[in-house]
Design a binder for this molecule. Structure first.
Ligand SMILES: [Cu+2]
Length: 66
């Protein structure tokens, strides 16, 4: 399944890499694409995403799940 997340606080390519890394560590996540311009992350996962875990990873990396 594919989920599109809105993420606040990303300002540069480093942020994109940090968010991609954070999201790729969530269980079941197979592919992550972060778009800086729109502030979104497209996540492909093998099953339903644990949104609590997603939020935790993003916040730990220093960003905010909108
Ligand atoms: Cu940055």
């Amino acid at each position: 399944m594919q989920v599109i997340l809105r993420i606040k606080g990303m300002t540069c390519g480093h942020c994109v890499k940090a968010v991609e890394k954070a999201l790729s560590e969530v269980a079941g996540v197979e592919k992550v694409h972060v778009d800086l311009a729109s502030g979104t992350a497209t996540v492909d996962a093998s099953g339903p995403l644990d949104m609590g875990a997603v939020r935790q990873r993003i916040e730990k990396a220093g960003y905010e799940l909108v």
